[in-house]
Design a protein around this ligand. Structure first.
Ligand SMILES: [Fe+2]
Ligand SMILES: [Fe+2]
Length: 253
């Protein structure tokens, strides 16, 4: 699959750019998405070095390179950020949104230009896109990174959840949408318990997003949650003990 339109509203599309399929991706398979709003693209976690060619090919079927004007880097990991070197070569004016904790680490990528960085404060922020649609950067610190944001697209009613909802599947098992939630939890369980920092942070996040009208949850890894699976996913998160609340790492237990 190349691109899939996940949602389309007036002048506003939410598009999957491939590919969470472990048979396709080097390293940890990851999904990339873009919001195409009034002819401009905002990339959501543009991805690692090896996926640049695919994501670039797919997004430029929809907009010209100079219309890729924004990218969210939800946190600092290489599967989120490493392709940014190539992106800035084709679109040096792209605005990068990332946690104020992480913007000082960008020089370590030896970027080809001095990028236009929006250092997002801990409390998050709201971005007004070209059509007037707004997206919210919602704090999800400790889930898993200490400076970490998810993005809520108000018009599309979609939560881009970054690594929250990540599922690591064996080859052959990947699907774009979750089809059997109960069976799907086996692919999420290990990652969430080990990587998420604290149960307290997780509960606070769930409280923060309570009541938001969310039709779809789109994670950076694994499959998209839709319909009743959205609330099933949040309920499942609410049952987890994670990080050091789950167990003390390194004690051999
Ligand atoms: Fe990560
Ligand atoms: Fe990730």
């Amino acid at each position: 699959m190349d691109t899939v339109e996940i949602s389309a509203a007036d002048q506003h599309q939410f598009v999957w750019l491939g590919s969470g399929d472990p048979e396709v991706e080097k390293g940890i398979a990851s999904n990339q998405y873009a919001i195409i709003d009034a002819g401009e693209a905002m990339l959501l976690d543009p991805g690692g070095y090896h996926c640049f060619e695919r994501v670039f090919t797919n997004v430029t079927r929809l907009v010209k390179p100079e219309k890729i004007t924004r990218a969210l880097l939800s946190h600092q990991d290489p599967d989120v950020v490493a392709s940014i070197i190539s992106w800035l070569e084709v679109q040096p004016r792209m605005k990068l949104y990332l946690s104020a904790l992480w913007d000082r680490f960008l020089p370590h990528f030896a970027l080809p230009v001095s990028p236009d960085v929006v250092a997002v404060p801990d409390e998050g922020s709201t971005i007004t896109l070209s059509s007037g649609a707004v997206v919210h950067l919602i704090p999800a610190h400790g889930l898993h990174s200490p400076g970490n944001f998810v993005l809520y697209d108000e018009r599309a009613r979609i939560l881009f959840s970054g690594d929250l909802g990540a599922a690591l599947m064996p080859p052959g098992e990947w699907k774009l949408f979750v089809e059997d939630f109960a069976a799907h939890t086996q692919y999420m369980d290990g990652f969430h318990r080990r990587f998420l920092g604290s149960t307290k942070a997780l509960r606070a996040f769930l409280k923060r997003i309570e009541g938001l009208p969310i039709d779809l949850v789109c994670p950076q890894h694994g499959s998209i949650f839709r319909g009743a699976d959205v609330q099933r996913f949040f309920a499942w998160l609410g049952t987890l003990e994670v990080g050091f609340d789950y167990r003390s790492w390194g004690d051999g237990a």
